[in-house]
Design a protein around this ligand. Structure first.
Ligand SMILES: Cc1cc2nc3c(=O)[nH]c(=O)nc-3n(C[C@H](O)[C@H](O)[C@H](O)COP(=O)(O)OP(=O)(O)OC[C@H]3O[C@@H](n4cnc5c(N)ncnc54)[C@H](O)[C@@H]3O)c2cc1C
Length: 439
């Protein structure tokens, strides 16, 4: 993700630099005023470019799943490009305000002349200026709500719907206030591409068309609860694009509540039924077992994601690690292998739970793994003092020099394992992680 963002920023900065190289400033211009103006152009450009990227990623572009590694990663990139966009927007605004510091220090004499507009263009430019300011205030407020983890997710989601409107206001601001000379240079072409992408994505979002082609209706077949986990099986009314084990879908039980993402924990048997295991983790999921009844209609959108069983890497050791509800993609993997056990690779599956005795998945896992001799199941029960460490995973290092760790679970555990393994693993190690968080 860092490489993608860095490359993106480097391309946009290079386009700005080309434009800067072609600019001739009046001979009496003072350097602080030049820095202020060019700084404003650069930060404004970076902000709108990142905002356009954020908008593109928000429409769940399937064609980006492969290069970016799945929709969960697309959302992570969406989040960070959005945060950076607002950050550059704030710097742009601070640079604008910096005239109040520069003027008393060096005076207005070396200030760059303002570009003159007339008639309708001047009216639109002023409108663009005001729009940009108000949209930036709103985007800054949105950033605070995004980073403030205690702000309820369902409220945040509704507020977040304003983003395409803010984007359109910011794009109008950028188009009206960019220097006219930009439009005859590569930077202008780049901006035009960003505007087209961002405006189309905003329209798709405002028209409620995100993921529409992947939505199918269905009904709840059964609801079973065990502890804080609810198993829900749905029957789909319309043909479902076959899902691969480990993929997830957005499920809507109630239009006002909206869609929530859950891993499809069952293998695709062509019967158009899919099963989810849902843990009570927040306000909606805590009431789910009481609210959802067999026979009720649902809408399912998907499948998405690339947390997929690797069948074609015979030279790499497979280490699968699940924490709590993060076991769901592995359940789908194991279930799909029941029909073709000959395809089952050797793998070490580590399942971390609070208490193996009350855990709803332990029995199911043991049953699924019993039919797959290559899969070595280890249950780590915190209550019994068995906590998974990187040391336990290193025991699997063996002869093979390559290893693939597939992880789904709490990000704290992932970070600790990743760091410790990267420091100590002697061969080549790839860490694949399904993120259960989109905000
Ligand atoms: C790819 C993926 C696969 C997942 N698979 C499973 C699974 O198999 N089983 C399971 O129990 N949980 C799964 N989750 C997590 C599940 O989506 C959240 O626990 C659930 O949406 C929480 O909703 P809430 O209103 O009860 O909680 P809240 O307290 O409102 O939210 C808790 C957190 O859940 C996330 N969340 C809440 N609502 C949404 C939403 N509409 N869209 C996206 N994220 C949301 C946010 O990160 C939020 O901070 C998965 C998440 C992702 C991203």
């Amino acid at each position: 993700m860092k490489t993608i963002l860095f490359t993106f920023l480097a391309i946009v900065t290079s386009a700005w630099y080309l434009a800067l190289s072609a600019t001739t400033f009046p001979p009496d211009s003072a350097l602080p005023w030049i820095i202020r103006q060019e700084g404003m152009y650069l930060t404004g450009l970076l902000s709108i470019a990142l905002m356009s990227l954020t908008m593109l990623l928000s429409v769940r572009p399937l064609w980006l799943e492969k290069p970016l590694g799945g929709l969960d990663r697309i959302y992570r990139l969406h989040k960070w490009s959005g945060i950076l966009a607002v950050g550059f927007g704030a710097s742009h605004w601070l640079l604008k305000l910096s005239s109040d510091i520069i003027k008393p220090l060096i005076g207005s004499a070396g200030r760059l002349p303002k570009i003159k507009y007339e008639g309708l263009l001047e009216v639109l430019r002023k409108l663009g200026n005001d729009m940009g300011e108000w949209a930036l205030y709103a985007a800054l407020a949105m950033l605070v709500f995004t980073l403030w983890r205690r702000f309820p997710y369902h409220l945040w989601r509704h507020l977040h719907r304003i983003m395409p409107v803010l984007y359109l206001m910011l794009a109008f601001h950028a188009a009206m206030l960019a220097p006219p000379a930009y439009w005859a240079q590569p930077v202008g072409a780049l901006m035009a591409v960003f505007f087209v992408i961002g405006v189309i994505a905003s329209i798709i979002s405002l028209a409620g068309m995100i993921g529409r082609r992947r939505q199918v209706n269905g009904s709840v077949l059964s609801v079973n609860s065990e502890g804080d986990v609810t198993e829900i099986t749905c029957q789909l009314d319309e043909p479902w694009q076959a899902h691969r084990p480990g993929q997830f879908a957005f499920i809507t039980f109630d239009r006002i509540e909206g869609a929530h993402p859950f891993t499809i924990a069952s293998a695709d048997r062509g019967e158009q039924t899919i099963t989810f295991f849902i843990k009570a983790l927040g306000d909606f999921t805590q009431k789910l077992a009481q609210r959802v009844k067999a026979g009720q209609t649902v809408m399912i959108e998907g499948p998405y994601g690339r947390f997929q069983l690797a069948v074609n890497q015979p030279d790499s050791r497979q280490i699968w690690v699940a924490g709590g509800i993060g076991i769901t993609p592995f359940l789908a993997w194991l279930e799909s292998l029941q029909a073709r056990p000959e395809e089952a690779r050797e793998a070490d599956l580590h399942y971390c739970t609070r208490n193996r005795e009350s855990d709803p998945f332990v029995g199911r896992l043991q049953k699924l793994c019993a039919a797959l001799p290559g899969i070595r199941l280890s249950i780590h029960s915190a209550k019994h003092g068995d906590v998974l460490t990187a040391g336990a995973l290193r025991l699997a290092e063996g002869q093979k020099k390559k290893a693939d760790v597939w992880f789904c679970g709490p990000s704290g555990l992932a970070d600790a394992l990743k760091k410790s393994l990267k420091d100590s693993w002697s061969g080549r190690l790839r860490f694949h992680q399904e993120a259960f968080e989109m905000r």
